[in-house]
Design a protein around this ligand. Structure first.
Ligand code: NAI
Ligand code: SF4
Length: 516
């Protein structure tokens, strides 16, 4: 009998280690023939720690399990999938999971993250094996044909980026995986690194073979200690199995990689700032051009891709570009791991083809707010993303549809707020966040964000509110068009969307209190 207890940080945060220990104790005490496997998370975070038991009817889920629940679970015959108030039935039948299209996250939560045998058993390395039979140009063409766009947030076509690096002159080239995942409410990169690290390794090797790079770096944040540890262990295992090194799977082609840890600055997720940090310099944004694809790490042609972009590549090569391309809408092809967070009933990771409406995602999949109060706003795309009111819930999850409504999908994080949220405070927070995280290189961001906080404060205190609202809009315009990178350039999205959609919150505090 196999019992699965996740080792993902989200499960650990709510006591998964203690639950695993309690289950092991009970197994020993009862002398039953069972073992505990630590898997990744399935992404149903409101059910964590979600324990599964493999039975002849498939895997049965129980959650959220607390250590104190364990004796009761055993008494209820949980090792045979017995009935219990925490039983969620067959894992794959849970609606949140059943209705997903899991291409990238197909293995996450199913396998032991550090078992190469498990990885192979669930289609792992098939993409790489295919790539080994192709020329670099053919691999790049397949990725281009798939329509994959950068999942870090900008949505730039991955194949075109790879072609730029492939065609760039130079013998030393690099693959840099941006795993700095700083957006609020996002955790898909972390889930891959903790739940299916070999998939990322496979994607990076393929990227190396496609572009002529033989060295890769995963740059991640110090706030992700479990992801760092798991990735490092996976890299060691991959090296021992000749998956990394001088001759990948005996092909005679070389690729190796390592994990580098950042110190937690949000701006180090910006690709040029990240490269500076990786080179041991201060994480300050570089001017573009030159593009990193031409002059990146140590001045060499460099692919900088987000975790999910790289992790999407193995399945594209394995199943073919057309298979992947056929999912989605418009110019947004394939699937996207949507991350639901904040005040939402069903928080977690939901991988689906592009094309659902925002309302379907928040209300049907997310189940509305956790507090049970009406949804007031959702912020899509991290702290630099726009706030959407329910009146815009018909917006389709697609890069262009969001841009048309002055928003962005970003890294696909959605943070839900109920009707107690004060959108003026949220606008102030956006400016304050920018002020704290600014790298200081350009004036609109460095100074503008501080003036932004002051201007929002003046509106809150009823000081010339109309003039200050106009000033705030003007300031946002300057930041949007005059900033060097997305931190200063995108901060206007949350600020202006809050002002536009929730004007009733932009009144002096005493007026608000009286209205309440
Ligand atoms: P960008 O639009 O400047 O660039 C996108 C990518 O395409 C870059 O890698 C750039 O080097 C590359 N590129 C552009 N033209 C190219 C060409 N001709 N050939 C080859 N490569 C080319 O956007 P940027 O500043 O890289 O990213 C901004 C986005 O980052 C925002 O949309 C935001 O959503 C997202 N973001 C994500 C975060 C996260 O936690 N994942 C955190 C903060 C922001
Ligand atoms: Fe630095 Fe802000 Fe300018 Fe970006 S916009 S380069 S973070 S000062």
């Amino acid at each position: 009998i196999t019992v699965f207890v996740p080792c993902d940080a989200a499960a650990l945060a709510v006591g998964a280690d203690k639950v695993a220990a309690a289950i092991s104790r009970e197994i020993e005490m009862r002398g039953v023939d069972a073992r505990v496997v630590r898997n990744g998370s399935r992404g149903l975070l409101w059910l964590e720690p979600m324990v599964e038991v493999r039975t002849e009817h498939g895997r049965i889920a129980y959650g959220p399990v607390r250590p104190g629940d364990v004796p009761g679970l055993f008494a209820a015959g949980f090792l045979e999938g017995g009935a219990h108030p925490l039983c969620q039935g067959r894992t794959r039948d849970i609606p949140f999971l059943r209705n997903q299209t899991r291409l990238t996250f197909a293995r996450c939560g199913v396998t032991d993250p550090l078992s190469l045998e498990d990885f192979r058993g669930y289609s792992g390395l098939k993409g790489l094996e295919k790539a080994l039979t192709m020329s670099p140009g053919e691999i790049v063409a397949a990725v281009t044909e798939s329509g994959l766009r950068g999942r870090g947030g900008a949505g730039f076509p991955t194949g075109i980026k790879w072609k730029t690096v492939l065609d760039a002159p130079g013998t030393t080239k690099y693959i840099v995986c941006n795993a700095d995942e700083g957006d609020s409410g996002t955790f898909s990169d972390r889930m891959v690194m903790e739940g299916d690290p070999f998939m990322l390794i496979e994607g990076m090797i393929i990227a190396g073979m496609a572009t002529g790079a033989t060295k890769g770096y995963v740059y991640t944040r110090s706030e992700y200690p479990h992801a760092i540890a798991t990735m490092r262990q996976a890299i060691t295992i991959a090296r021992e199995a000749n998956l990394l090194g001088l001759s990948i799977l005996g092909s005679g082609r070389a690729f190796d990689m390592e994990v580098r840890e950042g110190a937690g600055a949000y701006v180090c997720g910006e690709e040029t700032s990240l490269l500076n940090s990786l080179e041991g310099k201060r994480g300050i944004v570089r001017a573009k051009p030159p593009l990193p694809a031409l002059q990146g790490l140590f001045g060499c042609p460099t692919v900088v891709n987000n975790v999910i972009s790289l992790a999407s590549v193995p399945v594209i090569l394995d199943r073919g570009p057309t298979f992947y391309r056929d999912f989605g809408v418009g110019r947004s092809h394939g699937t996207i791991p949507i991350q639901l967070a904040g005040n939402v009933k069903h928080s977690g990771l939901y991988e689906t083809a592009f094309g659902l409406s925002l309302g379907e995602i928040v209300n049907d999949i997310g189940g509305g707010t956790l507090s049970g109060r009406p949804v007031k706003a959702v912020q899509v795309g991290g702290p630099l993303g726009a706030y959407f009111p329910p009146s815009l819930f018909d917006t389709i999850f697609d890069y262009e549809a969001f841009a048309a409504r002055d928003g962005l999908i970003g890294h696909a994080g959605i943070v839900v707020f109920d009707d107690t949220a004060d959108m003026l405070k949220q606008a102030r927070f956006a400016m304050e966040f920018c002020a704290i995280e600014s790298c200081g290189k350009c004036t609109p961001c460095r100074i503008g964000s501080i003036r932004g906080v002051e201007t929002v404060d003046r509106i809150a205190h009823g000081i010339e509110p109309e003039q200050n609202k106009a000033l705030l809009a003007d300031l946002c315009n300057t930041m949007k068009f005059g900033s060097l990178c997305a931190l200063g350039g995108f901060t206007p999205y949350p600020v202006m969307s809050a002002l536009k959609h929730f004007p009733e919150d932009f009144v002096p505090a005493p007026v608000k209190e009286a209205a309440e």
